[in-house]
Design a protein. Structure first.
Lengths: 476, 219, 252
């Protein structure tokens, strides 16, 4: 999937910008989702109330995270769900592997789970000779092509019908070539139905876990999630620790925002709420249910009062759909599991600013994401924080890898800039110089980058300061 | 279940989270209220918009209504739950006249032995514990008498809802039925047949879950 | 974000903050804005010690340097007069982010008060001065580009457009994707010139699709970037700051 050792953001950007089809697909998909979302949230006042409410729910849940996780674990244990704790993605993968080994299983059926992508679970299992089969249609498609997802909600948004038709025809035994969407869906249905039938172990993510009752809530449209969590005798659920909420009553508003935003619907086809494995007397459902709680840097994010807001994210994808940069680059360019605005603040905190801090530079801070974020995360503010911490070597900075970008050239440049802007005569000298000689500036450094896209700026012979002085506007 | 990892994670979180008492508990948003006819109409139109088939019938006529809907389709088997309220009425209706109807089938034994038959079954009919008017969904509480896979595996799912159990909102059904006190193994909200828009954002119905959802609202 | 703002009644004196881009590249726009304010009977005060709002350093990850410059502006614009700023971006920096810059320091209250005195030009003209404009210009079609900060931080886009709509010989043709960023983003324009270029190309297409011969904006930085890119693409485009445009058309 994502080969992180070779993350070359600049290269990815060039490639993505050069891909016209990607742009066309993304633009049409994002525009469509935006329109649907507007329909679902036609009442703006209601939407704002929901956002405020869900922001408060998440804020409270995170401020009580230890109690809620303890309560969740206790309830789950009472109900027969086995809870495992993983500090790192490696540890989480090992837990999944161990469960599979215990059951002598060689195949894992997967529902859609961003956390499992974060874990690089498929590659891990593959190395151990275990086949992980994606059952969500979008994930199924990209798995056949060996690609990572390019969007949190619609992983195959970058693909056209004809590309998918070709993939199915070449990689699914017996599949005819067809570009008719219904027929493509039927091919996937038939192929996966057999796998559901045979399924030994199913894996899913968790949208929300309710501490009050020990209930795992999952939403989906296709039915593959229910298949994975109900047919096989063993179900493993993987979840980031920030997904726990306090009460059952908090689920409806969160769901309303999630489904309304992610896919522009009032509700998904299915809302699946799991509280225990098969009880005595019951005829189906898994006999074993496991919940794997993943930290992977989240407890560190929690520790910072400002950065903690990153954990409010309900993975709805709205920020992606409104980001002018994401809709031009697509998800792959971001190199890590979470793309777009949320990726720019989450990934550097998980992977370190040294590995992924560059992501936070790819934003104009236009604020479109903050305007729409369903749980009111101040994303631009946190992007700025990533940038500041990239240069901050001292202990006031807390993000992993902070200070990695600190360099003499930039710090001197900004020191000089500050000097110039706090010294009226220096400032005046600068504007006079630019007015006289600005046209002669060589196209080097920032000017080179500027002129790669735009003509050279023409500096005025007389600055506004001078014009005002000459005219006699009151200077006080 | 204690472990070193758990202890480290919990100690990190305890250090990080702070007190947690300053953030006030949140209240549910005011619930929209619909009149009884409005509830039925809204449930019907929202679910029909996502290709569910909805029939509003009188309480005493429902088996007849189900039979006539089934006769429009060529179905060989219909899975039902004899120990539910629906069971005896279905059996009686089939006894009277089962011309052109699928054979009534029962979920024999646990899934391990029934799986093959289940995956060949054409349709299933289940009860519901209610429905939600605001978002357009029916609510199922599968149990030992009416197993979970009935509403998932067969390509046709028929659900029977009593109009008196249509609630205004998801929040309301949770509160009124006191869910937190008695969560069953599994609760499912279903709003229509399965669907996806993963291929070029084109909506297509009938993916892994049932291709058809037929709902009978009993007045 | 701009909550519902309370506007003061018309003052006698105002400060004028020119902004760097206007100071160095578009001084005519600054002069036009000053004249518009003076025409309404205000005494406009332009402290010569003013420089930059500090946004470039703030957004690039250098808040200490930004603070130095912000403190200087707070010193320079000390008295309790409204500060009128011909840029949604710079106004947003001073109003929304100075309090953030000084959060938890002894200057927090002062920064909040300072921010409360900052007004974007068109917001001030419409809400405080309630200007009435008479159009002496020839009929023309224009389109409007709103900077992201004017739109989302200051919330003044409708104020700006209402001024254009007052001009009876001006037909305002709106952009199809008015809310989408032009791709300037300060240092983003030189750190990621490719993405910036891709975004501005779409903005140029959008502008030219309106058929309007000129694009008006309240932010000269966006204009510099858009018109500069258009020139480089050999699709030259006329851009005007709204102050200049209005002054040209309404004074005899």
């Amino acid at each position: 999937m994502f080969d992180q050792t070779a993350f070359n953001f600049k290269q990815n950007i060039s490639k993505a910008l050069g891909d016209r089809q990607l742009r066309a697909n993304l633009k049409s998909a994002m525009d469509g989702l935006k329109a649907k979302r507007l329909n679902v949230f036609a009442d703006d006042e209601e939407l704002q109330q929901l956002r405020t409410l869900c922001n408060a729910i998440k804020k409270r849940a995170l401020s009580r995270l230890p109690q809620l996780l303890e309560q969740l674990e206790e309830k789950c244990a009472q109900n027969g769900i086995q809870v495992h704790w993983a500090e790192t993605t490696d540890a989480a993968c090992r837990i999944v592997l161990d469960i599979m080994k215990q059951h002598g299983a060689s195949r894992l059926l997967k529902g859609k789970s961003m956390v499992s992508e974060e874990m690089h679970l498929n590659q891990y299992l593959q190395k151990k000779g275990i086949e992980a089969i994606e059952t969500d249609l979008g994930e199924f498609i990209i798995q056949l092509d060996g690609e990572p997802p390019s969007h949190i909600i619609v992983p195959a948004v970058h693909k056209n019908k004809d590309q998918i038709a070709k993939t199915f025809h070449e990689k699914i035994p017996g599949a005819p070539y067809t570009e008719v969407v219904e027929e493509l869906n039927s091919i996937a249905r038939k192929n996966l139905r057999q796998k559901f039938f045979e399924g030994q172990i199913g894996l899913s993510g968790v949208n929300f876990a309710v501490a009050e009752t020990g209930t795992l809530c999952l939403v989906e449209n296709e039915g593959n999630g229910r298949m994975c969590t109900t047919v096989p005798p063993v179900h493993i659920a993987v979840m980031g620790i920030e997904k726990v909420v306090e009460r059952m009553e908090e689920v409806p508003p969160l769901l309303r925002l999630l489904t309304g935003s992610a896919t522009g619907q009032l509700i998904t086809t299915y809302v699946n709420m799991i509280t225990s494995p098969r009880k005595p007397g019951e005829k189906d459902g898994p006999k074993e249910v496991h919940l794997v709680l993943l930290d992977n840097g989240r407890s560190k994010i929690l520790a910072d009062a400002e950065l903690r807001q990153t954990l409010y994210c309900i993975r709805c994808g709205t920020c992606l759909n409104h980001c002018p940069v994401y809709t031009r680059l697509g998800g792959h360019a971001y190199g890590f599991v979470y793309p777009g605005p949320i990726g720019e603040i989450l990934t550097p905190q998980i992977e370190g600013l040294d590995a992924a801090g560059e992501l936070a530079t790819a934003s104009t801070l236009c604020n479109a994401c903050e305007e729409v974020c369903r749980v009111m995360i101040p994303i631009p503010r946190l992007i700025r924080r990533m940038r500041t911490e990239s240069y901050a070597k001292d202990s006031s900075a807390t993000v992993k890898g902070h200070g990695c970008k600190a360099n003499y050239l930039e710090s001197t440049a900004w020191t000089l800039w500050a000097k110039m802007n706090t010294s009226p005569w220096l400032n005046s000298l600068n504007s006079r110089m630019l007015g006289l000689l600005g046209g002669l500036l060589p196209k080097a450094g920032p000017l080179k980058a500027w002129t790669s896209v735009r003509s050279k700026p023409k500096f005025a012979a007389k600055s506004l300061h001078q014009r005002v002085k000459e005219r006699g506007v009151n200077r006080e | 279940m204690s472990s070193a990892a758990r202890d480290r994670i919990m100690s990190n979180i305890r250090a990080a989270a702070g007190d947690g008492s300053e953030v006030p508990a949140t209240a549910c948003l005011p619930i929209a209220t619909y009149g009884p006819q409005e509830k039925i109409d809204r449930l019907k139109s929202l679910m029909e918009a996502v290709k569910a088939e909805i029939h509003v019938v009188s309480k005493k006529d429902w088996p007849t209504a189900v039979k006539s809907v089934l006769r429009q389709r060529k179905l060989k088997t219909l899975l039902y739950a004899p120990e539910t309220a629906l069971g005896p009425e279905l059996e009686k209706a089939w006894q009277n006249d089962s011309e052109g109807l699928p054979e009534l089938v029962v979920y024999e034994g646990e899934i391990e032995s029934f799986k093959e038959t289940l995956f060949q079954t054409d349709a299933a009919i289940t009860t519901t514990v209610g429905a939600i008017a605001e978002t357009g969904a029916v609510v199922l509480w599968p149990d030992s008498t009416e197993p979970r896979l009935m509403s998932l595996v067969p390509p046709v799912h028929i659900a029977v809802v009593e109009s008196a159990t249509i609630y205004n909102s998801f929040c309301e059904i949770i509160q009124t039925q006191s869910w937190p006190e008695k969560m069953p193994t599994n609760v499912i909200l279903i709003s229509g047949p399965s669907k996806t828009a993963d291929i070029e954002m084109t909506l297509a119905f009938g993916v892994h879950g049932p291709k058809e959802l037929i709902v009978f609202i009993l007045e | 974000m701009q909550a519902k703002r309370q506007y003061p009644s018309k003052p006698d004196k105002v400060y004028f903050f020119g902004t760097c881009v206007i100071d160095l590249i578009y001084p005519d726009a600054g002069m036009a804005a000053i004249k518009l304010l003076e025409r309404e009977g205000l005494e406009v005060i332009f402290p010569q010690d003013q420089s930059c709002c500090g946004q470039p350093a703030f957004n690039s990850g250098f808040p200490d340097e930004a603070r130095k410059v912000a403190r200087e502006q707070m010193r320079v614009f000390q008295r309790d007069y409204p500060i009128v700023v011909p840029s949604g971006s710079c106004a947003g920096m001073m109003r929304c982010h100075y309090p953030e810059l000084f959060e938890g320091t002894e200057l927090q209250a002062a920064a909040e008060k300072f921010g409360g005195r900052v007004f974007e030009l068109t917001e001030f003209l419409t809400r405080v001065l309630q200007v009435k404009l008479e159009d002496f210009g020839a009929p023309v079609q224009v389109t409007w580009h709103s900077s992201c900060h004017a739109l989302r931080e200051m919330g003044v886009t409708e104020d700006s457009k209402s001024l254009l709509r007052q001009l009876k010989n001006v037909e305002l043709v709106e952009l199809q994707n008015e809310k989408e960023c032009c791709g300037f983003g300060g240092t983003f324009s030189v750190k990621h010139p490719e993405i910036s270029g891709s975004m501005v190309r779409d903005k140029i297409d959008d502008i030219q699709a309106t058929g309007a011969p000129v694009v008006i904006s309240g932010d000269c930085a966006c204009l510099l970037h858009i018109t500069g890119a258009a020139e480089k693409l050999r699709r030259p485009m006329k851009g005007r700051h709204i102050a200049e445009f209005i002054w040209e058309r309404t004074h005899v």
